[in-house]
Write a protein that binds this ligand. Structure first.
Ligand code: ZN
Length: 417
């Protein structure tokens, strides 16, 4: 009898361990799969001559400038609006961008650049390192310059043809505000043509380039003083003024008006100045996009109500949105694909982002081609993901089924619009 009890207990323990192993395998299986196919928009008309095949219906952007206000809360950004951002909201689109947990800088940058939340395996590296290579928008550009703190951009240091600049170290003995303002100035000075480096300036003229600047002062002020403090707002204002200067520098340097600008933040922040969690204040970030390839925010019809948010804020009415303009809320993971569309470059292969076509310039062909590319890229990803568990699994039933039926092969056709 004891022997039966022993065997039964052993069986129960084994089945529990097996279930635990299965759950961990699913949870920690990397969502990133290797996809060799590059899916990029094809903007052309089917009945045109060969020379016109690759002529886009609207001039594509030659570059984008992505400016991050690190740790900026959505409410802080919109309540604390200045005239400059107000005018940009009329010129382009704005709203909430919802990020993912953990709401940490590096992981949110992954969501922004590759359209996919962090690989859970990074937990074993303290969320400081991604254990494998991953596709991001930077891989599809001819030249990119990323400037910001080391922790934020070191994930991209092995990319070829890209320049990573972490900047000079700021002396610790300076007053906090001065130190943070200095960090913004150092950041600005590395931005071509401010840095005066002929090589950078030459490369800026390449088509399909991208620039990324990360203003960390806001996040630091939130950590030191909290996200409702005067210093937090002071540094937010300072960074906003720097952004205004950057737009001027870019527009003075290029007269082609083929630049797309986007201002957003990686994650929000709790009132106590912390982030990493899943409160609505940490998960919601602001975004503001304008320039080439972007539509103007739509006017609200009389009696039309403001857009409802996934996260409702009690003080929404006090947010300084432009009067009578429609807000469009997005998922942060759609930003990389959106920028790929405006430049006509490949979409990040592992992105799960879905573009909101209303943000794109209102040309039917341009919007349709972007959505079709988005669909094809998601379809290819789905096919890739479908193959991983089926081909890697050791479960006998799957091995038998695979042998009999094989893995479904998805073929993707290119349609001439
Ligand atoms: Zn932080």
């Amino acid at each position: 009898m004891n022997k039966i009890y022993f065997l039964l207990s052993l069986l129960i323990i084994c089945s529990n361990l097996f279930t635990l192993y299965g759950s961990l395998l699913i949870k920690y299986d990397s969502p990133y799969v290797k996809i060799d196919q590059v899916t990029k928009p094809q903007y052309y008309y089917s009945n045109k001559t060969k020379e016109q095949l690759n002529t886009p219906p609207i001039p594509l952007s030659k570059r984008f400038v992505l400016l991050i206000l690190d740790g900026c809360r959505a409410d802080s950004f919109f309540i604390n609006q200045n005239d400059y951002f107000q005018s940009k909201m009329l010129e382009g689109q704005f709203g909430l961008s919802i990020t993912e947990v953990p709401t940490e800088t590096r992981t949110c940058h992954m969501n922004l650049f590759s359209g996919r939340p962090e690989d859970p395996n990074s937990l074993f590296y303290g969320w400081t390192k991604t254990p494998h290579e991953f596709d991001s928008i930077w891989f599809h550009l001819n030249y990119s310059l990323l400037v910001g703190p080391e922790s934020a951009i070191m994930n991209y240091k092995n990319m070829q043809g890209k320049k990573i600049n972490t900047g000079e170290k700021i002396p610790k003995n300076k007053h906090f505000i001065l130190r943070m303002q200095l960090s913004s100035e150092i950041l600005m000075n590395q931005f071509p043509p401010m840095n005066g480096e002929p090589d950078d300036i030459k490369k800026m003229n390449f088509p399909k380039t991208g620039y990324f600047l990360n203003f960390e002062g806001v996040d630091s002020a939130g950590h030191f003083y909290d996200s409702k403090s005067v210093k937090y707002f002071r540094l937010l204002n300072h960074a906003s003024n720097e952004i205004k200067k950057i737009e001027k520098i870019v527009n003075n340097h290029f007269e082609d008006k083929l630049t797309t600008f986007i201002v957003t933040s990686d994650h929000g922040m709790s009132e106590q100045g912390a982030h990493g969690g899943e409160s609505k204040y940490e998960l919601t970030t602001p975004y503001l996009i304008w320039g080439n390839g972007i539509s103007k925010s739509k006017e609200l019809m009389p009696n039309e109500k403001r857009v409802k948010s996934v996260y409702e804020f009690e003080d929404f009415d006090s947010w300084n949105f432009p009067k009578n303009r429609k807000r469009i809320d997005i998922e942060q993971n759609s930003i990389a694909s959106l920028l790929s569309s405006t430049l006509g470059v490949g979409f990040p292969a592992n992105s799960i982002g879905i573009i909101n076509e209303n943000i794109l310039y209102p040309n039917n062909h341009y919007r349709a081609a972007s959505l079709l590319t988005n669909f094809k890229q998601l379809y290819t990803l789905f096919d890739g993901l479908l193959g991983v568990p089926q081909s890697n699994t050791q479960f006998p039933i799957y091995i038998i089924l695979n042998n009999y039926f094989g893995r479904s092969k998805v073929s993707i056709k290119t349609y001439n619009l």
